[in-house]
Design a protein around this ligand. Structure first.
Ligand SMILES: [Zn+2]
Length: 172
């Protein structure tokens, strides 16, 4: 079930008491990501954004959060210019502390978040999705058949809207 209200947590307390929260976020609640995607696809699209956040008191030398994101975001394939879904399965560990942990290495798998009484969980998710979203998404190797099929239909680079119309005619 989608959580409609912004999710705010005291991140240090959440980690120390090893809480867990899991749910999904509406794309329209993530304004920056939504703007980026709408620019590219020019109409409202459905997206899937599931997440689980787990507080860990002792996994590392200090309290941490483990975040997993399972998302499918709408995009236009840059090879065949048809709509596609970009699947993103991400996971992160964040140390929680007031200042950057001593000996902290950015290149490590560990990230760091400043301890906050009201950390906006959706913003963290949105930041990670913005970083992970490909600049030029294309159908994966498995789905390349789709690319080839669309490209064959019109020879040259198809106009995405014309192709959509064709597609609608065929399926009706
Ligand atoms: Zn394609």
């Amino acid at each position: 079930m989608a959580i409609m209200k912004p999710l705010l947590i005291n991140n240090l307390e959440f980690a120390v008491s090893e809480q867990i929260v899991s749910g999904s976020v509406e794309l329209t609640s993530l304004q920056r990501l939504n703007d980026l995607l709408v620019l590219k696809i020019e109409r409202q699209q459905t997206a899937k954004i599931h997440f689980t956040l787990i507080g860990e008191a002792k996994k590392f030398s200090q309290p941490s959060l483990h975040l997993t994101i399972d998302a499918e975001l709408p995009a236009i394939c840059q090879r065949c210019l048809n709509e596609m879904k970009v699947p993103l399965k991400l996971d992160f560990d964040y140390l929680i502390s007031d200042s950057e942990p001593a000996g902290f290495d950015e290149s490590d798998d560990l990230d760091w978040l400043e301890s906050a009484r009201e950390m906006h969980v959706w913003e963290v998710i949105e930041d990670e999705l913005l970083i992970a979203f490909p600049i030029a998404p294309v159908h994966s190797a498995v789905n390349q058949q789709e690319c080839i099929q669309y490209t064959k239909q019109s020879g040259e680079k198809p106009n995405p809207f014309a192709v959509l119309k064709d597609f609608a005619k065929k399926s009706s």
